[in-house]
Write a protein that binds this ligand. Structure first.
Ligand code: ATP
Ligand code: MG
Length: 208
């Protein structure tokens, strides 16, 4: 079973958005996917609950990792884990225990970039990351492509040792789909193609 975690100490950077959209992408591909919510805000579980209103969309197993152990159903191909904000120090090691791949969403703002810098040092100090048991990739989120702050972020991320995988646009499609318990991939293609294409480098990187 592959395991992917979305984590960043910073709140609101897109952990839940990436977790729910990735889970849907792989479930649409026919994989058996479980989505574990480690955040007491329960946004991922709320999203899965809203999803129950639809028939004929792929099933994703819901795991409440706040209240109990993470035990995906037998035969699960992929476990996606949505971490809460504010995980630091020794708690990082504990969170990463079963994680193959860690995706770190970052917002294009000077405050978030500085916080990201500090957080990367913490992550790189974690045993699993330093032993290459967990690999890390960065995704810039809520990007307005022609802004200076995004160009600054791009330059900053380009200089890091951690791979900068892709950027996702600031788009109402994420908000509209999330409130319905859907992913952007489940909205009309004509509405979302500019967003969807930006996922390709991430999906490609995850194949490795
Ligand atoms: N690319 C995007 N374009 C527009 N809105 C977005 C985008 N990504 C996320 N959002 C919105 O930003 C808000 C925060 O995103 P999300 O909940 O995914 O962040 P989070 O890191 O999980 O936050 P928390 O730390 O509170 O768990 C949500 O309202 C979400 O719909
Ligand atoms: Mg969240």
């Amino acid at each position: 079973m592959r395991t992917i975690m979305l984590m960043n100490a910073k709140g609101g950077c897109g952990k839940t958005t990436l977790a729910t959209n990735l889970a849907t992408w792989y479930a649409d591909e026919g994989m058996k996917v479980a989505l574990a919510d480690f955040d007491p805000q329960m946004s991922t579980l709320d999203w899965l609950e809203a999803r129950k209103a639809y028939e004929g969309i792929p099933d994703i197993e819901a795991i409440d990792a706040v209240s109990g152990p993470v035990r995906p159903a037998r035969g699960t191909d992929l476990l996606i884990m949505d971490a809460p904000a504010g995980i630091h120090g020794k708690a990082i090691n504990k969170m990463l225990l079963r994680v193959d791949t860690l995706i770190l969403p970052v917002l294009p703002s000077p405050i978030d970039m500085r916080a990201c810098n500090r957080y990367l040092s913490e992550l790189l100090a974690s045993g699993r990351v330093s032993k290459h048991q967990t690999r890390i990739g960065i995704v810039a989120n809520r990007v307005k492509e022609q802004t200076r702050v995004y160009h600054d972020l791009e330059a900053y991320l380009g200089h890091l040792k951690i791979p900068f995988i892709t950027h996702l646009r600031e788009s109402q499609n994420y908000i509209r789909s999330a409130e319905k318990g859907l992913a952007i991939f489940e909205l009309a293609p004509s509405q979302v193609y500019k967003d969807v294409i930006l996922w390709d480098p991430l999906l490609e990187w995850l194949k490795i």
